[in-house]
Design a protein around this ligand. Structure first.
Ligand code: BDR
Ligand code: CA
Length: 311
């Protein structure tokens, strides 16, 4: 089993990622930490506790930082709703949030592990950036950081910036330049990682309580994406599961294709704050610091996700 720490901001696609991570036989989730992003820290930590309980799992969930390193928090309630998980109401959780902070818990889990751990990050990188800044000694204990964020080409909150990078570009840049191996699932690949109408119908007719709950969340997400002024029209037909790419890569990297590039995150651009500059021309003279994914076998990706729905 691959040991992982998950840092996320649930978030509808984060929830799908948690389900696959917690249910897949090849993954051992050691810790979940929450990142303020899609909603406030209070709401994302509550969503994580409720959802993990709802699917019958229990794992330490530690509360992360309340706001980005240097900026005010920007949330994505227009996409994930007032609660952060669409209109779905999940029952009260069966267990409580950890009494350790996200950073304390990450440091101790990394130090106690018998092998290097993969960090899967699917929200703004505030917690992971703070960890690397405050505790550089844990870097050798991190096998790699597989993150959802950025875009080689267009963004989704500004013409150039993707949401997770836009919210905390300073933290993202610390992660990118940390020297820890990074795998980057940006919009270039996550826009190919979608459920189409047929996939959604399959979920709807499968008739389990879980599939109904997921369908309800995804229907909300799809409508929100479809009415977003930032997204191309064909978005209306599909629902993109950005965050699921990060855990799918850890489970089966052969689903994806990518290349190694130097990547830097813009934090002071007049129009480009939060843009990930991917040196695809290799003209910046820097060594590659990230494996940047650019395509996914969509059919196998969806099969992998649906393989954990029946348990
Ligand atoms: C990312 O932003 C969030 O809204 C999603 O959960 C995903 O992590 C996509 O840009
Ligand atoms: Ca997310």
């Amino acid at each position: 089993k691959t040991p992982v720490i998950i840092d996320c901001d649930p978030g509808i696609d984060d929830v799908m990622m948690l389900l696959l991570a917690l249910r897949h036989e090849s993954i051992d989730v050691k810790l979940i930490t929450t990142s303020a992003g899609n909603q406030t820290q209070d709401k994302v930590v509550d969503n994580a506790l409720r959802f993990v309980s709802y699917i019958g799992e229990e794992v330490e969930i530690a509360r992360g930082l309340d706001k980005p390193m240097l900026r005010d928090l920007v949330i994505a309630d227009h996409i994930h709703g007032e609660t952060g998980i669409g209109g779905v109401e999940l029952p009260d959780p069966d267990f409580e949030v950890s009494d350790r902070t996200a950073i304390e818990a990450m440091v101790s889990v990394l130090n106690e592990a018998s092998e290097p751990i993969t960090i899967v990050a699917t929200g703004p990188l505030t917690n992971v950036g703070a960890l690397l800044l405050a505790h550089p000694e844990v870097k050798p204990k991190i096998k790699q950081i597989v993150l959802m964020g950025g875009a080689a080409r267009g963004g989704n909150v500004t013409p150039k910036a993707e949401f997770n990078m836009f919210v905390d570009p300073e933290a993202a840049e610390i992660v990118m330049q940390s020297g820890v191996p990074v795998v980057k699932c940006g919009l270039d690949v996550t826009h190919q990682a979608y459920l189409d109408q047929m996939d959604l119908r399959l979920l709807k007719v499968s008739g389990t309580e879980l599939s109904e709950t997921l369908y309800e969340m995804l229907a909300f997400y799809k409508d929100a994406q479809a009415t977003s002024p930032f997204l191309e029209p064909y978005h209306a037909e599909v629902v993109r599961l950005h965050d699921l790419c990060a855990i799918a890569y850890v489970i089966d990297p052969s689903l994806f294709k990518g290349d190694d590039y130097f990547v830097t995150v813009e934090s002071s651009g007049a129009y480009t704050t939060g843009a990930t500059v991917v040196d695809h021309l290799r003209t910046l003279g820097e060594e590659p610091n990230a494996h940047v994914l650019h395509s996914v076998d969509r059919k196998r990706f969806v099969e992998l996700f649906y393989s954990v729905l029946e348990e």
